[in-house]
Write a protein that binds this ligand. Sequence first.
Ligand SMILES: [Zn+2]
Length: 211
Amino acid sequence: MCNTLQVRWTIIPLIPPQPWVACSGCGGLRAFESSNKIRLNANGRRLDAWLIYKCSTCDRTWNRPIFERRNVRDINPAVLDALQSNDPSWIRAETFNLEALRRKSQRIDEFSDFEVRKELLHDVPDWEHLEIELSVPYPSSTRLDRLLALELRISRSQLSALHQNTLLQTKPDGADILRRRIRNGIRITVDLSGMPDRDLVWRPAALGMTS
Ligand SMILES: [Zn+2]
């Protein structure tokens, strides 16, 4: 749309999820934190790779398997490279691998602290609609209504009123989308044609500038 201010928000969670596993050091189930270190073990042509976690109480380590006894030639060379060089961004993505964590732990603590990077994609002088594209590279436990209320500096009741009046629409759509976790690729459009304060209030919030 030609009268749409388009922005992209990238949501970066700050704290990786913590699995609860039985600790062999202090006994009982404990939350484990990622050490962001990889351990590799070669056995002939077979390779084991683990991500090392530490007990939050006693520091005893727990090795979360990334793979075990895998033939070297079956490993994606980019993955092998990342593992051998302890590539921080690959490791970071792996610490947010909820599916892999769920296979090893019944309870996983997630944290809602996040940082938002806001980019301007398309600017127009006489804009009346705001379109926000969400980029969510790692799974986040943050609900869409919390994110929008916080970042657009409005209350959750204002937000749900906008949604009910279809002034705020989302793609994909759904009655309870505001109460669900944010996901990559969600687009939010807000019709601000009736809001004279859009340049003063909404624009700086959408772009992350202090008004
Ligand atoms: Zn422990």
